[in-house]
Design a protein around this ligand. Structure first.
Ligand SMILES: Nc1ncnc2c1ncn2[C@@H]1O[C@H](COP(=O)(O)OP(=O)(O)OP(=O)(O)O)[C@@H](O)[C@H]1O
Length: 277
């Protein structure tokens, strides 16, 4: 539940309310200040309605793309119970800090990364914390991490619309959201939940990425729709947002993740996203 306002409304209720701006109960600003050693121009959250649709891969692909364009880029791994970003880049060191805050670790391409895995004694230790504690850690990745000067900070969100996405949307100055989906019908309904959450929090949805859209047969080059016909254009039109890309199942991407060499990847399927984010 979002915070109670004076008249019993919640801060997120204002988004669709006819009295927004004219009633006495203004939405509470719950934003946390960034660390004094952070100067971040744009914060982009990558969300998905459900798990396993390739959200982390899309987050890292967008970060790589902007890095290739010469921008200073960071990734805040808010997927605290299933962190995958450090391993994708082959980062296994521990993050260091001093009294001013924590330093993000740097990938081989210069991308700055912060993840709970960089703070755990042993990176295979499970995180068995309750929602509010996890949400608190994610907020600290904003307030306590010295990101330095960044053009883009990408936030890899946990799947769904739970505690952490709510905290990120309320506590960080998120400039836009990218939604990742897969072609199944069921997931399209789940996409609307992610879309509606961003809308309720007054955060622009920059577009949608469909993953696992097809597979190219290595012998004949035919595109096979493994998970059924794509409905992403239709869903995007309905929601009034652009399609930022359709990604096939591509062994090259999976290998880069497996071999911890994502800093060498160029994900050409998301080229259209450069001008949208
Ligand atoms: N287009 C693709 N081609 C090949 N492999 C892919 C593709 N997309 C994702 N994968 C692989 O699928 C697995 C799941 O992807 P990823 O971790 O990005 O999903 P996620 O949505 O972030 O998962 P979670 O919900 O657990 O956070 C990873 O091993 C990733 O390398």
């Amino acid at each position: 539940m979002a915070e109670e306002q004076q008249n019993g409304c919640t801060s997120s209720d204002c988004a669709g309310c006819a009295h927004a701006g004219s009633c006495s109960s203004k939405p509470q600003d719950l934003r946390e200040p960034a660390n004094p050693f952070s100067k971040i121009k744009k914060v982009i959250a990558v969300v998905s309605g459900k798990g396993g649709v390739g959200k982390s891969l899309v987050t890292a692909s967008l970060a790589r793309m902007m890095r290739e364009q010469g921008f200073q880029v960071g990734i805040l791994d808010a997927d605290v119970t299933g962190p995958s970003i450090p391993k994708m880049y082959g980062i296994h060191e521990k993050a260091k800090g001093d009294e001013a805050g924590i330093f993000p670790c740097e990938a081989k391409d210069g991308t700055r990364v912060m993840s709970v895995n960089l703070l755990l004694e042993n990176e295979s230790d499970p995180v068995i914390w309750r929602g509010p504690v996890i949400a608190g850690v994610v907020t600290q990745f904003w307030t306590d991490v010295m990101w330095g000067e960044l053009d883009y900070l990408f936030v890899d969100m946990p799947p769904g619309t739970g505690d952490v996405p709510l905290t990120v949307f309320q506590s960080l100055p998120v400039d836009g959201v990218v939604i990742v989906t897969s072609p199944q019908d069921l997931v399209q309904m789940i996409v609307k939940k992610a879309f509606n959450m961003a809308k309720a929090m007054n955060i622009p949805v920059l577009g949608i990425v469909e993953n696992y859209s097809y597979l190219v047969c290595p012998d004949c080059g035919k595109q096979i729709s493994v998970f059924g016909v794509s409905h992403v254009e239709q869903a995007a039109e309905e929601l009034g947002i652009p399609v930022l890309g359709k990604m096939p199942i591509d062994a090259r991407l999976a290998e880069a993740v497996e071999n911890e060499k994502f800093h060498e990847i160029s994900n050409e399927y998301l080229k259209a996203a450069v001008n949208q984010i």
